[in-house]
Design a protein around this ligand. Structure first.
Ligand SMILES: Nc1ncnc2c1ncn2[C@@H]1O[C@H](COP(=O)(O)OS(=O)(=O)O)[C@@H](OP(=O)(O)O)[C@H]1O
Ligand SMILES: Nc1ncnc2c1ncn2[C@@H]1O[C@H](COP(=O)(O)OP(=O)(O)O)[C@@H](O)[C@H]1O
Length: 143
């Protein structure tokens, strides 16, 4: 799907200000917290709670919620396996950019396929990708 491999004139551009500079400015480590679980398992609730708590501690975060992304960036995708894979790939790329910006990016998507989550993890080396998998039915655990 990429035409990049056929191009001879596209090169990575480095800027003088990099991730370490932004992390220093924000006094935090840019990373991705990836919340996975079935629909209704509490992903969005946990993502928002985490973001609120980080905010209260003076840490800059941003939530990438599967529902919300499907209103814009991923509005052309459905729920076939290949569409879910593309959904996760795009979201992983965006999350990587947020982490590179120095933010704590909280992604909450069903992301049912381990290989897709592992692809996202591989984009964020040095333990900058933290995965949290919610159990199917939290109310059974709570009671
Ligand atoms: N099969 C099917 N049909 C219709 N609607 C569906 C389907 N699967 C998921 N959903 C709804 O889409 C929301 C976002 O899903 P995700 O983008 O997180 O899914 S995935 O990661 O691509 O698998 C998802 O949000 P949550 O309920 O918050 O998980 C659902 O509301
Ligand atoms: N820890 C919890 N205890 C009780 N109810 C919860 C909890 N977490 C989420 N819920 C409720 O469960 C429902 C689904 O949560 P939601 O965060 O939307 O899940 P998901 O994003 O995985 O679809 C919501 O009505 C929410 O208020």
């Amino acid at each position: 799907m990429s035409t990049l491999s056929n191009s001879t004139n596209i090169f990575w551009q480095e800027c003088q200000i990099g991730k370490p500079d932004r992390q220093k400015l924000l006094n935090q480590k840019g990373c991705v917290v990836w919340i996975t679980g079935l629909s209704g398992s509490g992903k969005s609730t946990l993502a928002c709670s985490l973001s609120r708590e980080l905010h209260s501690r003076g840490k800059l975060s941003y939530v990438l919620d599967g529902d919300n992304l499907r209103h814009g960036l991923n509005k052309d995708l459905g729920f076939k396996p290949e569409d879910r894979t593309e959904n996760i790939r795009r979201t992983g790329e965006v999350a990587k950019l947020f982490a590179d910006a120095g933010l704590i990016c909280v992604a909450s998507l069903i992301s049912p396929y381990r290989r897709d989550r592992d692809t996202c993890r591989a984009m964020l080396p040095d333990a900058n990708f933290i995965e949290a998998r919610l159990p199917k039915a939290f109310h059974f655990i709570d009671s």
